[in-house]
Design a protein around this ligand. Structure first.
Ligand code: SDX
Length: 393
């Protein structure tokens, strides 16, 4: 993936594309953002530094980070009329459906965002969506539980502010737990970008026509929702709860191996990783830290997940097919422990991945050779033939 591809940009969205943002070595289980190993970023940086890195290509200096944070904070509120979109949804609407709608609606408020030829406009769009996603996602949660929307607080850092908007109420001052906030911030880093996955390719393809970037992000959210992609974290936790006990793990492993059974082990396998997803290791460590902080180290679900992982990794089927836990395997357990409901897991994924989507969108549009994506096809349908009048058919 560091070789020089020569390809007609018209095939950009079909075969492959060239990017400087994220590097994955699926065989070694390596992931780097702009050359920095994910393990170092997860340990030494926060999510906003990582967001800056993904877009600008370099980690920020102290001054650059201060200016970046200040700019983000100017955009954390949403237009008051945007809040009315939530009222149009049923309370039991899936939060991902709500986010697809509300993020898409941002394109109706910021027409200038489609003028991506202007660097300043692109910067404002990047900062706007990065700042507003926590507010929009938290509002989707508040709407689903019938609690009042919480306005952002700029005295808190990015992730603490998100937790305040999710879990705070007007009745008392929300004081975030720093250990839990750091864990959630690391989860955002782990989800920030991942090369040309399905939802990123969706954003690139939609953006290649010159559509408003907020509408393109909405398309990315829609794609991410699927259980084969970002929806796997929600599906994985549901699966673990359905398995319920270590004694039933064998039954589900058997089902996962049965060609006649459509069941797949959620959180396992990957299109690119044929080794352990480095994010899964970091997610398991984060899960352990959070459970320990909350005094839940004997969590039944965590023990079940680790036992399921142990059994699967020793099973010849999984070994032969190189199926390992992916980013979604432990993600649900740790988010659940943080108090995030299952239905919100993929929204958190979308919140984080918005940084990657916007960085990839801008990289594509500022490529001098870019053209509108136009997937080609191999036609395997009927040969040319004449229409028979309906009375004779
Ligand atoms: C994400 O692309 C990205 O980068 C995505 C992502 C990101 O950050 O954007 O990493 C996020 O989407 C992670 C993946 C989350 N999805 C899941 O956890 C759902 C469960 N996983 C499977 O649906 C599956 O592993 C896929 C869809 C992720 C990948 O499927 P592939 O392309 O078929 O995987 P493969 O070619 O490596 O499969 C080899 C074999 C196949 O069987 P055969 O055709 O050889 O008989 O293994 C089987 C697969 O059917 N297989 C599984 C399995 N995953 C693959 N069998 C049982 N359980 C599984 N989980």
């Amino acid at each position: 993936s560091t070789g020089n591809f020569t390809f007609d940009p018209g095939f950009l969205s079909t075969a492959s594309c060239q990017s400087k943002i994220t590097y994955i070595d699926g065989d070694k289980g390596e992931l780097m953002y702009r050359g920095y190993p994910i393990e170092q970023l997860a340990e030494k940086c926060d999510f906003l530094e990582t967001a800056y890195l993904l877009r600008e290509g370099e980690l920020p200096t102290v001054k650059q980070k201060e200016a970046f944070v200040k700019s983000i904070q100017r955009h954390t509120m949403v237009h008051e009329q945007l809040t009315r979109f939530y009222q149009g949804f049923r309370r039991d609407a899936h939060p991902m459906a709500v986010c697809v709608g509300v993020v898409g609606a941002l394109s109706a408020f910021y027409h200038d965002a489609a003028d991506f030829s202007d660097q300043e406009h692109r910067t404002v769009s990047f900062h706007r969506i990065l700042a507003k996603m926590p507010t929009i996602v938290a509002m989707a949660y508040k709407y689903s539980v019938g609690e009042p929307f919480m306005y952002p607080r700029n005295d808190l850092d990015y992730t603490e502010n998100f937790m305040h908007m999710m879990f705070g109420t007007p009745c008392e001052k929300y004081v975030p737990n720093p250990v839990l906030a750091k864990a959630l911030d690391r989860i955002l880093i782990l989800h920030a970008d991942h090369e040309q996955n399905a939802s990123t390719s969706t954003v690139r393809l939609a953006g290649s026509s010159g559509a408003n970037p907020f509408a393109c992000i909405s398309a990315g959210i829609a794609c991410l929702w699927g259980p084969a992609h970002g929806g796997a974290n929600e599906a994985c936790l549901n699966m673990l709860e359905e398995i319920g006990d270590v004694s039933r793990v064998g039954e589900y492993i058997k089902r996962a191996k049965d060609k006649n059974d459509s069941f797949k082990l959620m959180g396992f396998g990957h299109r690119v990783y044929k080794n352990y997803d480095p994010r899964a290791k970091l997610m398991r460590e984060t899960c352990h830290e959070v459970l320990h902080e909350l005094g839940l180290h004997d969590s039944k679900l965590f023990k079940l997940a680790m036992e399921l992982e142990r059994i699967a990794l020793e099973d010849p089927y999984f070994v032969e097919k190189k199926l390992y836990p992916n980013v979604d395997f432990y993600s649900g357990i740790v988010q659940s422990a943080l108090g995030i409901p299952t239905s919100m897991f993929t929204c958190i994924f979308a919140l984080a991945r918005t940084v990657g989507w916007m960085s990839q969108w801008e990289e594509m549009l500022t490529d001098a050779d870019y053209k509108i994506g136009r997937p080609r096809q191999l036609y395997v349908g009927a040969a040319k033939r004449d229409v028979t009048p309906i009375g004779l058919r």
